[in-house]
Write a protein that binds this ligand. Structure first.
Ligand SMILES: Nc1ncnc2c1ncn2[C@@H]1O[C@H](COP(=O)(O)OP(=O)(O)OP(=O)(O)O)[C@@H](O)[C@H]1O
Ligand SMILES: [Mg+2]
Length: 305
């Protein structure tokens, strides 16, 4: 069988030209990972939670590149807005909001109202924005509000941070909507400084990959879906150790490394991956810049704290 080493649904891609295969490799696609699915399961549970006095909230946290944004984007896609023709209004069960660069209330409500497709915000006072957000969130029947990059909160002064946490508390209390905050460990500590919020927030941590069964399964999946024409040999201790040493088990780095190694395997005609594939300079180069930016961000975070 031609390309019998690949999953049936992926064999056709191995027949594409080199450039088309490289293009395929570089496209974004959701890959079902055990931790990501477990996180989604928790998020789904919030959608069906009935309104009650204290709504449960969730902190999704993990190092940079662990896949938090991927998970919350997937969650919001699974609950995409729908237009109800009978009632003549949109429903937005999951509303995904990016944190503004600073935790200022006006900037936050601007992001929130923009996510609600509200235009002409410039003339509104914070008070009116708050009222409008409340009104619209109820109208579009938002069941879960998701705030990504909650770390940006740390760019504010301690006072701004406290005020911002009040805003979150107000939203969840007043609207009876669970709030999901995605961010790094530093952000988790900042949110939990508010004793009222600490009580409400459950936490789900995305742990780095380690040399276990889940990693073997991930590598087996890559072997079965990457559009390479020969059988890869990633199921070796050496390949796993090399991969973990280069990526520290961070999901985004693993994906980048595999992508770069697969592109190199197409271009140099090797057409398969093994432990040696991770040695080439051009394969590990993208990781160097990722380390540099992660390090810089951490240093900025520390300076603010
Ligand atoms: N489930 C997944 N399916 C496909 N790709 C993924 C998945 N999870 C992570 N990735 C890859 O990892 C990269 C980093 O993920 P993401 O941007 O979600 O990290 P993050 O935790 O939000 O990081 P940061 O704290 O820097 O915002 C993505 O660009 C994507 O390439
Ligand atoms: Mg992110």
């Amino acid at each position: 069988m031609l390309y019998g080493h690949l999953f049936p649904a992926y064999r056709e891609y191995a027949e594409l030209t080199d450039e088309a295969r490289v293009d395929w490799l570089r496209r974004d696609r959701w890959i079902s990972l055990p931790q990501a699915e477990a996180a989604l399961y928790h998020l789904e549970d919030l959608v069906i939670y009935p309104p009650r006095g204290r709504m449960p909230c969730l902190l999704l946290f993990g190092s940079t590149g662990m896949g938090k944004t991927e998970i919350v984007s997937r969650f919001s896609k699974l609950h995409a807005p729908q237009f109800d023709t009978k009632a003549g209004l949109s429903r937005m069960p999951v509303l995904l909001v990016q944190m503004p660069p600073e935790p200022a209330e006006d900037q936050f409500y601007t992001e929130l109202l923009t996510a609600l497709n509200c235009v002409e915000l410039s003339s509104l006072s914070v008070r009116s924005m708050r009222a409008e957000a409340r009104h619209l969130l109820a109208e579009v029947e938002t069941k879960v509000l998701v705030l990504d990059e909650i770390d940006k909160m740390l760019a504010g002064t301690p006072r701004q941070q406290r005020l911002f946490l009040n805003t979150i508390r107000f939203l969840t209390n007043d609207l009876k909507v669970p709030i999901v905050c995605a961010g790094t460990e530093d952000a988790r500590m900042a949110v939990l400084t508010d004793p009222n919020l600490a009580d409400r927030f459950g936490a789900f941590e995305l742990m780095p990959w380690c040399n276990d069964h889940a990693l073997r399964q991930l590598l087996a999946s890559f072997s079965g879906l990457l559009p390479l024409r020969r059988l890869s040999r990633l199921d070796t201790v050496e390949a796993r150790q090399r991969l973990l040493a280069l990526t520290q088990g961070v999901t985004g780095r693993i994906f980048r490394l595999i992508e770069a190694a697969a592109v190199a395997a197409i271009r140099d005609g090797r057409e398969m991956l093994d432990a040696a594939s991770f040695d080439a300079k051009d394969v590990t180069l993208p990781l160097v810049s990722m380390y540099a930016s992660a390090g810089k961000r951490k240093a900025i975070g520390r300076a603010i704290l």
